[in-house]
Design a protein around this ligand. Structure first.
Ligand SMILES: NC(=O)c1ccc[n+]([C@@H]2O[C@H](COP(=O)([O-])OP(=O)(O)OC[C@H]3O[C@@H](n4cnc5c(N)ncnc54)[C@H](O)[C@@H]3O)[C@@H](O)[C@H]2O)c1
Length: 379
């Protein structure tokens, strides 16, 4: 018998569904010190959230997120609403003594993100930000190989995220087109890539960027979110980086790529082939010049032992199961990682990119944070 841990989910959309799936499967893939119980889920429309509760296996539903936060049966509040609502819900949750998992981005601006992260730290509760791609076996392996020095010293980091979700000018206005609710594309999509960059290479000092919005009005309302942005990153280590985020790329559903070039080799990850990692090793004999395709499913690889035999592969949903398992494994004391402070660190880089694009100049990240960049860490 293990102790029950009560989960309350705020938001029943795509992420509410994904997180509920994660808690449901986590105890099936790993021995955990606790048993997650999906107690309550909230949403704004009573019948829709009731249907979601029944289909996700949640005991009850409510139209008021404060019911989730104040429910004595809830130990962990899981925030799956649009970005502009996150900080307030996180602050209320930690004030009520609850642990928090918050979807990315932590907020729509850096000061709200810092306020939320500081509130969680002051409350002393376990807290995490939903950078789920870290839990994809191939990306976890990429980080491990960088840390082991397989590519030598990192010279260049590159991240690209392409989708077509905003391409059609007839898509009606929704929260993703309103920056105060949905955040910029730099912060919403970019948060994942910036997190991976900071995780693998260390702190970013300075950035440059450009942004464009091609369809500036939808359903008669002004769109103030960038549809495509690209940026340049200077890391504290001296490494350089490039980033591209775009939601107007025809026939690109959710294609992202991450590449690291070091003094000894290159590692490349391509999301359409998410069980693979490409490694070009300068230590190879010259006649082997090129890349080897690593199957990131071998039992020696991160997360692989929890899943299927090599050759079967895993998919997107596994990131949420791995995330739930990693957090519940450390229940009730934590610490959890990546924590909300990492969410705020990522937000600082995103806000520096937004400022660089708006003002057409290089921007130091400490202009946003008001403090010098912390010592480089890749842990
Ligand atoms: N980690 C990932 O892979 C990933 C993928 C998609 C979305 N996300 C993030 O998850 C969060 C939720 O995204 P989603 O795709 O689940 O959204 P969604 O539109 O599918 O669901 C949003 C939910 O929030 C509720 N809500 C509360 N306030 C709202 C408001 N002001 N406007 C609209 N809905 C409101 C809705 O009722 C609904 O239950 C966002 O922060 C998003 O960036 C993460």
């Amino acid at each position: 018998m293990t102790r029950d841990v009560g989960i309350g989910i705020v938001g029943y959309g795509m992420m509410g569904r994904a997180h509920a799936y994660g808690y449901t499967l986590a105890p099936r893939i790993r021995a955990l010190p606790c048993t997650p119980r999906l107690r309550v889920i909230s949403g704004r429309t009573a019948d829709a959230v009731a249907r979601a509760a029944s289909s996700y296996g949640v005991e009850r539903s409510t139209t008021d997120w404060r019911d989730v936060v104040n429910d004595p049966q809830v130990d962990i509040v899981d925030v799956c609403t649009p970005p502009g609502t996150h900080a307030e819900i996180v602050e209320a949750s930690v004030a009520a003594g609850k642990a928090v998992l918050c979807e990315k981005p932590l907020a729509v601006d850096h000061s709200s993100a810092v306020a939320a992260a500081n509130a969680a730290a002051a409350a002393g509760v376990p807290n995490a930000i939903g950078f789920n791609y870290r839990r994809l076996p191939a990306l976890a392996l990429m980080k491990q190989l960088v840390d082991e020095g397989r590519v030598g010293d990192v010279l260049l980091w590159r991240g690209v995220w392409l989708s077509d979700e905003f391409l059609d000018p007839d898509i009606p206005f929704d929260w993703r087109f309103e920056r105060a609710v949905g955040a910029s594309t730099i912060a919403d999509l970019g948060a994942h890539l910036v997190d991976l960059a900071l995780w693998m290479v260390g702190e970013v000092d300075t950035v440059a960027a450009q942004s464009e919005t091609f369809t500036r009005e939808r359903s008669g309302r002004a769109v103030d979110v960038d549809e495509a942005s690209s940026g340049l990153l200077r890391f504290a280590t001296g490494a350089r980086g490039a980033l591209e985020l775009a939601r107007v790329c025809a026939r690109r559903p959710c294609d992202f790529f991450v590449e690291v070039n070091g003094t000894r080799g290159t590692l490349r990850f391509e999301y359409p082939n998410l069980n693979e990692l490409w490694f070009g090793d300068r230590g190879d004999d010259d006649e082997l010049y090129g890349f080897r395709r690593i199957r990131a499913e071998h039992e020696s690889h991160p997360y692989a032992r929890d899943w299927w035999p090599i050759g079967q592969g895993v998919g997107y949903g596994v990131t949420f199961v791995n995330q739930a398992a990693d957090l519940l494994e450390r229940w009730p004391n934590g610490p959890w990682e990546p924590d909300l402070a990492q969410g705020a660190r990522v937000q600082a880089v995103c806000e520096a990119l937004e400022r660089a694009a708006a003002e057409e100049r290089w921007v130091r990240v400490d202009e946003v944070t008001g403090e010098p960049t912390p010592a480089t860490t890749t842990s």
